[in-house]
Design a protein around this ligand. Structure first.
Ligand SMILES: Nc1nc2c(c(=O)[nH]1)N(C=O)[C@@H](CNc1ccc(C(=O)N[C@@H](CCC(=O)O)C(=O)O)cc1)CN2
Ligand SMILES: Nc1ncnc2c1ncn2[C@@H]1O[C@H](COP(=O)(O)OP(=O)(O)OP(=O)(O)O)[C@@H](O)[C@H]1O
Length: 224
């Protein structure tokens, strides 16, 4: 086998292994009773709120949760705004196939974005394209101190398995290519998403600095 063919086969195996793990965890998430999802989301919010790095940071990147099968971030978003942070959220834009993403600042007068902003194909609210929004890392400013990352699964070394489109991994690569400093990367999720087995990883996957589970903050030895 040529080295090129070998690399393709390794990547195919990696993608298949990730897919199996993704569907297993997605099933657990689907079966989670709504009161458990709410209680666990509140617990994660509590740990975030008490974390010194969060308390000291001025800008936070966070995702707006999907309607189902994902930790509910409404409370965390509202809290970060109340705490006076600049809060940035993803906008994936109209062409999903590009897998391109920006982090857009929530304007101070935005109101209840979960009800007023348009929803993308996954039911996630997104900042409207036509409004005059501030984009993170544009013109070398508006950087993000703390990036709260979604995931399907996280392992004990803070490796992350995402939704399988590579949006966040590509976004982080853009920051690196611009020569900007990485934000602190914190993965959040529900209990069934923190697994003892290793998450399969490839060369594009970026390990996180810290995990926040309903049980508390999990620090790692990972050097960012
Ligand atoms: N709340 C939230 N916002 C986010 C993310 C996320 O994980 N959570 N993203 C993180 O990257 C980006 C969006 N990426 C996503 C990629 C795929 C799916 C998804 O549900 N995909 C399949 C699932 C079924 C399957 O493939 O088996 C689908 O289209 O139904 C959702 C979000 C940016 N915004
Ligand atoms: N930085 C990158 N540049 C180019 N392609 C990438 C990059 N990161 C990931 N990809 C590609 O995107 C696809 C999905 O990657 P992967 O399965 O790692 O996504 P994920 O980390 O689960 O998703 P997400 O980051 O959206 O949560 C793969 O084909 C992968 O090769």
């Amino acid at each position: 086998m040529s080295s090129n063919a070998a690399a393709i086969s390794v990547n195919a195996t990696l993608a298949a292994t990730k897919k199996i793990l993704r569907s297993k965890i997605r099933k657990s998430l689907k079966d989670l009773p709504p009161p458990t999802l709410t209680a666990e989301s509140d617990a994660v919010e509590g740990h975030l709120a008490n974390w010194d790095l969060y308390k000291g940071c001025s800008s936070v990147g966070i995702f707006l949760s999907m309607p189902k099968g994902e930790i509910n971030t409404r409370g965390m978003v509202a809290r970060a705004i109340r705490d006076g942070k600049e809060v940035y959220v993803p906008r994936v834009g109209a062409d999903f196939e590009l897998c391109d993403m920006e982090m857009v600042k929530i304007p101070h007068d935005a109101g209840d974005i979960f009800t007023t902003w348009p929803k993308n194909k996954w039911g996630i609210p997104e900042p409207p394209e036509d409004a005059d929004h501030t984009i993170a890392y544009e013109g070398g400013s508006n950087t993000i101190d703390l990036m709260i990352m979604p995931g399907v699964a996280f392992d004990t070394k803070a490796n992350r398995l995402g939704q399988g489109k590579g949006f966040y991994d590509r976004y982080l690569m853009k920051i690196k290519e611009k020569g900007d400093q990485f934000p602190t990367l914190a993965g959040i999720g529900l209990s069934c998403q923190f697994i003892n087995d290793d998450v399969p990883t490839g060369e594009n996957d970026v390990a996180l600095d810290i995990l926040i589970s309903p049980g508390g903050i999990i620090t790692t030895n990972h050097e960012s």
